[in-house]
Design a protein around this ligand. Structure first.
Ligand code: HEC
Length: 234
């Protein structure tokens, strides 16, 4: 009798265990589903899959215009764009392509914004001594240490037939992209520094020439003032 009651009890508890198990399975299945087709249901650490930040172009309750994409802060300068340079009005880093047409256009259009003043030429000379002298040589004859010691082919002399009349815009273009054996100097030198070096290179191009006369003419001026900028023609 006692044994029977015990058996009965264990059958009931087994039945209720099966019932409870089925019930929880069903409950789990039902609650794991939802009717949003793109939702995978429950996720383990959802932040790892879905960033809590606002998506580009999505609407945003934090701003009165509800746009997530914000305008740059006034005065923001895009990378490569140099304010107060001749390219700044174009809002592009450098407008000429690295091809022969770009070279010609640069030669025609680009003018050195700095005067050929003694001060600017001196600054250009210092920079030349750091970035150019080892190939082009102190007097621009193409006899720098890279050539004399390193036995590399010499660059043409600045005052030789090939470069004597090279316009400043073409020089700038060559510094921007490099030319044949000469690498680009765009990452080493700012636009302003490149123009200063060009002022010095011109003194090597035409030693005792027009540049020297221009130096005389503007040497008393403050080269940092915009109205003193001289557009020199060679
Ligand atoms: C690694 C050596 C080397 C360095 C450094 C170098 N140059 Fe040159 N440069 C050359 C060679 C070689 C040429 C000849 C390129 C050609 O026309 O084949 C050249 C050509 C030029 C030209 C003539 C470009 C043209 O349009 O024909 C100018 C101007 C010039 N260099 C200026 C500079 C200035 C300024 C610097 C320093 C900022 C400099 N170079 C640094 C090797 C160099």
């Amino acid at each position: 009798m006692k044994q029977n009651k015990k058996n009965q009890l264990s059958v009931i508890s087994f039945q209720s265990a099966v019932f409870l198990f089925t019930f929880y399975c069903l409950l789990f299945t039902i609650t794991s589903c939802n009717n949003v087709p793109n939702s995978p249901g429950w996720e383990y650490m959802p932040d790892m899959y879905r960033s809590p930040s606002y998506e580009t172009n999505s609407s945003n309750p934090n701003f009165s215009d509800s746009l997530t994409d914000r305008k740059p802060v006034p005065g923001t300068i895009s990378q490569g764009w140099i304010p107060n340079s001749e390219f700044s009005s174009l809002k592009v880093p450098y407008p000429y392509k690295n091809d022969s047409l770009g070279y010609e256009l640069a030669g025609h259009n680009l003018k050195d914004p700095f005067p050929a003043s003694a001060e600017i030429i001196d600054q250009g000379k210092v920079l030349y001594g750091k970035y150019c002298i080892h190939c082009h040589g102190a007097t621009g004859q193409g006899d720098g240490a890279v050539v004399t010691v390193g036995n590399h082919p010499p660059p043409p002399a600045y005052n030789g037939a090939q470069l004597k009349n090279l316009p400043e815009g073409k020089m700038f273009h060559a510094l921007q992209y490099g030319k044949n054996m000469m690498g680009s100097h765009a990452s080493q030198l700012t636009v302003a520094d490149r123009w200063k070096i060009i002022r010095f290179v011109q003194t090597l191009q035409n030693p005792g020439g027009i540049v020297a006369a221009t130096v005389q003419m503007v040497s008393g001026m403050d080269s940092t003032k915009k109205e003193n900028v001289v557009k020199k023609k060679i």
